[in-house]
Write a protein that binds this ligand. Structure first.
Ligand SMILES: [Zn+2]
Length: 457
């Protein structure tokens, strides 16, 4: 790290935070740097204490949780260990939409309710509140997880992502921060064209960012583009990618093209960073000091390796508690201990959103990423494809045909291979289109199913 960067990290950044009343972020960061090396038992104790305090607080302060805890005959004094939490029902996105104000702590100072909201990419946008303190601990958690990938405050950054959702605060502090930390180089993945990929490629060589942050599938597209054009890719120190499903050979392709390690990151707007890969690259450690993560199948805890629905309890947002929030993603736990020495529990993989899964004619469940890889990518003439599903055993393929598209042969192939993976009785419909737009978030969804499989609940 250069001297000027150390100056930014150790002097200017703390000074700006202190000026803004945000110095607590540094306190949280110091704490998280220490607690990441607690033993499994120590972490469990920390989580149990925080969960106990949260349940008592929710019981006393939040009408929504009070009613639920009473209905479940689960007052806070019946909580003894983490597993007891199973006695409470899940919180769905629609619960937040319908009962948000009853989830807010009654006597919490109004000026300390920072409004926030999710984008519409999941179809259920929700708005919620964070306390200022939680805002700070979330920022600290992100920096800790960035550091696992060798990314520190002040590092040059390039981003392949949707357009920024937030309009940054343009006061003098924001401007100073931007001047000191630099603006990231940005490729807006909502509007990717070949010309823009060329420009971005050139800009990377010029700007020389240390870190690249990207949507996994957008980065894959960029890697494929560079390879096809025989362009020499810029090599950053490391790449942090969103934990969307990537097949092992796709990940290998990205690593080969960019010649640097990839670090998976899983997070969301509601609770910020949930889990990240460490340098051992064997699963994603959860942000366990701030979040209690569960994976459930049919309402019971999933066994290691078994995929299920992810539930999150935010242990540090007392302004508006989220307890057993079903985030809509599917994942599984890793087994054993990590070589890096951290006992923070690890997710083995993220398998995508519940809505990414397509339900076959016989009820079997196949992930959209699998179909993208083994059905669509095997046949380049198909061009760009999106799957939509609204009824079990039926799929709609939306196709923007490739250059060598052959109507009869390509559609026959599509039907045949789809039935191979989704059942012989599968109904296949096709719609040819001029363009498949990305989501408002900039993310390109390969598949979207409105049939949430019951067993993932
Ligand atoms: Zn590790």
């Amino acid at each position: 790290m250069s001297f000027s960067q150390r100056l930014v990290r150790d002097v200017f950044q703390p000074l700006i935070l202190w000026q803004a009343g945000d110095y607590g972020q540094i306190r949280w960061l110091r704490e998280f740097e220490r607690t990441q090396y607690l033993s499994a038992e120590g972490l469990r104790r920390l989580q149990t204490e925080r969960l106990r305090a949260l349940l008592r607080h929710a019981w006393e302060q939040c009408p929504f949780y009070r009613a639920r805890m009473e209905a479940a005959n689960f007052p806070p004094e019946r909580f003894h260990e983490l597993e007891d939490l199973h006695q409470l029902p899940l919180v769905e996105k629609k619960d937040i939409q319908n009962h948000r104000d009853d989830m807010v702590a009654r006597t919490w100072p109004r000026r300390d309710l920072l409004p926030n909201q999710t984008g519409g990419s999941t179809g259920t946008p929700i708005s919620f509140y964070l306390s200022h303190e939680r805002h700070l601990s979330r920022a600290a958690a992100t920096i800790r997880h960035n550091r696992w990938a060798g990314w520190d405050v002040g590092d040059r950054l390039a981003v392949l992502w949707g357009a920024p959702q937030d309009t940054p605060r343009q006061d003098w502090r924001a401007r100073l921060r931007q001047a000191l930390l630099g603006r990231p180089l940005w490729l807006d993945t909502a509007h990717v064209t070949e010309a823009r990929l060329h420009d971005f490629h050139r800009a990377l060589h010029e700007h020389r960012p240390r870190i690249v942050q990207a949507y996994a599938r957008s980065l894959l597209l960029f890697a494929q583009f560079l390879e096809a054009q025989r362009l020499r890719a810029y090599r950053p120190q490391s790449i942090v990618i969103s934990a969307e499903g990537l097949e092992p050979h796709e990940r290998a392709l990205i690593e080969r093209v960019f010649g640097c390690p990839l670090f998976n990151r899983y997070g969301c707007r509601e609770v910020s960073v949930i889990a990240s890969e460490c340098s051992a690259h064997e699963g994603l450690h959860t942000m366990a000091e701030g979040l209690y993560v569960e994976i459930v199948v049919d309402g019971r805890p999933a066994r290691p390796g078994e995929r299920g629905s992810i539930l999150i309890t935010d242990l540090l947002n007392l302004a508006m508690p989220l307890i057993r929030y079903r985030i809509g993603d599917v994942g599984s736990w890793a087994e054993g201990v990590c070589a890096c020495g951290r006992a923070l529990p690890r997710l083995r993989s993220l398998e995508g959103r519940v809505t990414d899964f397509v339900v076959g004619a016989d009820g079997r469940l196949v992930s959209g990423v699998f179909l993208a890889t083994y059905v669509v990518a095997q046949r380049p003439s198909l061009g760009q494809v999106q799957i939509e599903q609204h009824r079990t055993g039926e799929v709609l393929y939306r196709i923007r045909p490739g250059r060598d598209f052959n109507h009869e042969e390509d559609l026959a192939y599509l039907k045949k291979t789809s039935r191979q993976y989704l059942g012989e009785a599968l109904g296949v419909q096709v719609e040819l289109v001029e363009e498949i737009p990305a989501e408002a978030s900039g993310k390109f969804l390969f598949s979207r199913s409105t049939i949430a499989p019951a067993y993932l609940r």
